[in-house]
Every structure is written in structure tokens, then in C-alpha cells.
Design a protein around this ligand. Structure first.
Ligand code: FE2
Ligand code: FE2
Length: 336
């Protein structure tokens, strides 16, 4: 199988959303070619769904699906015979390749990279399904703000309470196993304060109890600009809403959003964080690839798990000595 055939497969999966001709990125022909910018000088990136780098005629035998391309991903691909990485999040030169330019690095290991972000979003109702509801309203620019996504959904038959939502998430994400892994690692490194991105944030009830009934769910994403006023408006539009569900990012229990939900007599629950998106989007993408690709093409998932370790506990005694030596001799600037 060739790189160009994988472009075609991603185009089939997305119903034609992939960039087929590079000249398309300079026109408004493909609505999934979008600039991502929060107006921080020099830090914008253009999403170009499809092939980002690679020779279209190159052979592919092994594919990795990942969320965010990093130097760790590129090294792992090089070390394990991966010929193509399909990343969900958009890719920018140097930012996604350890500070060095992408093309030299990828050419060295002969790895092609693809991205498929907004072009993949909206193809499936996965995030609501994982959290146990079926949306009857989807607004991707609530309050006129592009990307301020609002779902209003009916709880699935098997989801009757807030506790059912938490149980569902814990089972799907296999949280027991994640906690076991974390506790083994803590023990192994003799570091009780160690945390990781899989277990530090779990589903959490901020208003209500595990027994609180759930029927109609307002599902929002706090990082996209959803405000307490939006909440009031949505409740007016759908008075049957009884529960607010915040996912990908979250708010704390003293936030204005939770205060407003309390005033309105709503439950408030936080679901999966962005750190678990590989389960929500990566795995279905990998299964879709499995469906379309010849059986002899191997598919792996590159899963990221970030660990937080107190400075005093990180590294071997020798590397701590090294870090102190470098600091003392090179990094403390006494020149006034
Ligand atoms: Fe995503
Ligand atoms: Fe994401």
C-alpha cells in the first residue's frame, strides 16, 4: 500500500473532507482547511486535513494513530517500523517535532505524517455516546461564537442517574486498570506524590449526588467560551434540561458557571478530559482504518500518558548530580 492510497482512505472515511490538491489550501474550497489562531504573534497554524509530509509513492506497512504529534511519537515510529503517523491534532513545523524542522526529521526515518482534526470532528456522536446521552440539538456556534459547541441530549435508557454516567465512564476508560498502573509506578519510584494525566482528572459530580436523576443533558466544553449567560439562554430554550455536563475541559465548583447552574436547580457533572481523547476519537479512527486497509497493514495506537513528579523525586542520583553540576556551573548568572 502506498501513501497516496492512505490519503484516499482518509478521504473516504471523512466523506471527501481531505485536501486532495495542495492549491486548495490557498482558496476557500475546503471548509476544513482552517487557521487556528488566538492572535498570539507567530503562533497560528493552518489545519490541512490529509497528508502533511511524505512521498505519495512511498510504501506503508505499519500505521500509528496518535492524538498529538511529538518528538516522542517520531522517535517511537522510527524505532518500531511505523511508516505513517495519522495525528488528530493539527501539525506545525518544529512545534510538533521537538523544535527541529519536520521534513528533515521525518525524512531521516522515512515516516509520512497525516493530520485529521476538524475534518474528523462531527463525523460521529462519540463524545455524547461515551457520556451516555443522545443529542437532539447540536449547535457548533452557540451564542454566535464559532466553536462554542452545545449539545442538548436525552439520557440513554441505561443512564438514569449521575452515578450511572460516572460508572459508564469508569468502565469504558478502564479506570481501575489506570489506577493500578499509577499505583505500581508510584511504588516502583517510591513517590506517593506522582500523578498522571489518565487518573488525575476523573469524572466528578459538582452539583447533585450519584443518585440524582438525569433525563435531559446540556453538554458543553468550557474552553470554547461557554458562559453563564449561555447557560441561562439554553435553559430557557429547553426548560427540560436537568443536568450540565462539562467535558474535554472543566470548571471548578466555585466557578460562575457552577454557581449559575445551582441557581437554576441543575445537576453539574464533569466528564472525560482532553487527555483521554485517544479513546473518543483515536480509537474509532483506528478502527475505521482497520476496516478500509488491507489486512497485512499493521495498525498501532500511540498513547500519551504524562506523569507529574515532584522535582526532588525525579531521576536517578547520578542525573540529579548532573543537573546540579550544570546549574551551578552554567546556569546561574552572577554577573550584575
Ligand atoms: Fe478532537
Ligand atoms: Fe482534541
Amino acid at each position: 500500500m502506498k501513501v497516496k492510497e492512505l490519503i484516499k482512505v482518509l478521504d473516504d472515511i471523512t466523506g471527501g473532507r481531505v485536501v486532495k490538491d495542495l492549491s486548495d489550501i490557498f482558496t476557500d474550497k475546503n471548509p476544513f482547511v482552517v487557521m487556528k489562531s488566538s492572535n498570539i504573534p507567530g503562533k497560528s497554524v493552518m489545519e490541512t486535513p490529509g497528508l502533511v509530509y511524505g512521498n505519495p509513492e512511498a510504501e506503508i506497512k505499519k500505521i500509528a494513530v496518535t492524538m498529538t504529534l511529538t518528538e516522542g511519537n517520531i522517535e517511537l515510529a522510527g524505532a518500531t517500523g511505523v511508516d505513517a503517523i495519522v495525528a488528530h491534532h493539527p501539525i506545525a513545523d518544529a512545534a510538533n517535532s521537538g523544535g527541529v524542522t519536520l521534513s528533515y526529521y521525518l525524512r531521516l526515518y522515512n515516516v509520512a505524517v497525516f493530520e485529521l482534526h476538524e475534518a474528523f470532528h462531527g463525523l460521529h456522536p462519540g463524545i455524547s455516546y461515551i457520556h451516555g446521552h443522545k443529542p437532539f440539538r447540536v449547535d457548533i456556534r452557540y451564542g454566535g461564537i464559532p466553536g462554542n459547541i452545545l449539545y442538548v441530549g436525552k439520557a440513554l435508557d441505561e443512564v438514569k442517574t449521575l452515578g450511572d454516567i460516572l460508572d459508564r465512564l469508569n468502565k469504558m476508560m478502564d479506570m481501575d486498570k489506570e489506577h493500578q498502573v499509577m499505583s505500581v509506578e508510584r511504588k516502583h519510584f517510591s513517590c506517593d506524590e506522582m500523578k498522571d494525566s489518565a487518573t488525575a482528572l476523573q469524572g466528578e459530580i459538582l452539583l447533585g449526588t450519584a443518585d440524582s436523576p438525569v433525563n435531559t443533558i446540556l453538554h458543553m466544553f468550557p474552553h470554547t467560551g461557554f458562559t453563564p449567560e449561555h447557560l441561562v439562554n439554553a435553559k430557557n430554550e429547553h426548560p427540560e434540561i436537568d443536568t450540565v455536563l462539562a467535558t474535554i475541559s472543566r470548571v471548578d465548583k466555585d466557578s460562575d458557571l457552577v454557581k449559575k447552574a445551582k441557581e437554576l436547580g441543575l445537576n453539574f457533572i464533569c466528564g472525560n478530559s482532553h487527555a483521554l481523547e485517544i479513546f473518543e476519537n483515536g480509537l474509532p479512527l483506528a478502527y475505521a482504518l482497520r476496516h478500509y486497509l488491507p489486512k497485512d497493514i499493521e495498525i498501532v495506537i500511540f498513547r500519551e500518558r504524562i506523569c507529574s513528579i515532584p522535582l526532588k523525586d525525579f531521576g536517578s542520583p547520578n542525573i540529579k548530580e548532573y543537573a546540579k553540576y550544570i546549574t551551578d556551573n552554567y546556569l546561574i548568572n552572577n554577573k550584575k
